[in-house]
Design a binder for this molecule. Structure first.
Ligand code: SF4
Ligand code: SF4
Length: 306
């Protein structure tokens, strides 16, 4: 294959020469695909109640760029935002893939799944004059998938659409599956949005080596395996009780400004965003977007944790 799982995980974990995946995914992984992935499993990407931010985040992947991801790494058959087809033609392509690759395709879910009123708060298409709901697709496509990737906090845990008072009854994929006895493996890749490295790295791991090691919330341990507060570059300030009082103040821990880092598993402290340009806590705070219960659990966001 050219790239062992151990080497791959080192790259994903950002432990190769201090680079994160976005900075270092580079030719090794793309090359590994060209050698190892024969007949790539098709990927169906459906969107429910969300802002499409995770798709936009994926489009920002730099190494590999999105063209490499779509052409060399995955065989994306359906994506409402970027596919050229529309209407019933697009829906037929999705259904054909689901039929022909039953048990083999990977289903990506972005956005949460409204369950109130029979799911009618989120209609994702129409066939033969009949509305198709996100709830219907999640269960119908989910039960026949090889695995479901829940991208973003909304798909993983319900996210902002599930915040109080949640009039649409929005839920994440695992909750929907539990209630219906669907046993397809679900991998949660939360975030608001999810980081491109977390999404591309998880897809890459599945295609090259199978399901990745998961934490107790079904998140890939390589990305979500450590508490942010324990690794944060501002931790020294916390221990010395030096706290920032305002956002422009660079010196000091952001705890008193509302940072949720002590209750969050996330590696943004080393991975950063936008190919390593900056990250949440550098100029603001962590708002806990990788955790269940986000948004309600951490609101109001500028209030310190108790
Ligand atoms: S509270 Fe936030 S800013 Fe302070 S050390 Fe923890 S994670 Fe870093
Ligand atoms: S540091 Fe906090 S706000 Fe930033 S991505 Fe991680 S969990 Fe989300």
């Amino acid at each position: 294959m050219g790239l062992t799982r151990r080497e791959f995980l080192k790259i994903c974990g950002g432990t190769v020469a201090g680079l994160s995946l976005s900075q270092s995914l580079i030719p090794e992984i793309v090359g590994a695909f060209e050698k190892a992935v024969h007949g790539k499993p098709p990927v169906l990407w459906i969107q429910g109640a969300g802002c499409t931010g995770c798709s936009v985040s994926l489009l920002n992947t730099v190494h590999p760029n999105i063209a490499e991801v779509l052409i060399k790494i995955i065989d994306l058959r359906y994506h409402p935002t970027i596919m050229a087809a529309a209407g019933e033609t697009a829906i037929e392509a999705l259904e054909e893939t689901a039929r022909e690759a039953k048990g083999k395709y990977v289903l990506v879910v972005e956005g949460s799944i409204p369950t109130a009123a029979g799911g009618r708060y989120c209609v994702v298409g129409e066939k033969g004059g009949k509305e198709i709901t996100m709830l219907e697709w999640t269960t119908h496509l989910g039960k026949d998938a090889a695995a479901v990737l829940a991208f973003g906090n909304c798909a993983a845990f319900g996210g902002i659409p599930a915040a109080h008072p949640n009039p649409t009854g929005a839920k994440g994929v695992m909750e929907i599956f539990k209630g219906r006895g669907i046993r397809t493996p679900v991998i949660n890749v939360p975030g608001c949005p999810s980081h491109p490295d977390w999404m591309v790295g998880t897809i890459a791991h599945i295609l090259l080596y199978g399901l990745p090691e998961l934490d107790e919330l079904n998140r890939p341990s390589v990305f979500f395996g450590g508490i942010l507060h324990e690794h944060c570059p501002y931790r020294g300030f916390f221990d010395e009780e030096v706290f920032s009082k305002t956002f422009p103040q660079k010196e000091g821990c952001r705890y008193q400004l509302g940072c949720k880092g002590p209750e969050v598993s996330c590696d943004a402290w080393k991975r950063k965003w936008n190919t390593g340009v900056n990250w949440c806590v550098a100029d603001a705070i962590c708002i806990g977007c990788t955790e269940p219960g986000f948004w309600d659990k951490f609101a109001p966001i500028y209030q310190p944790l108790e």
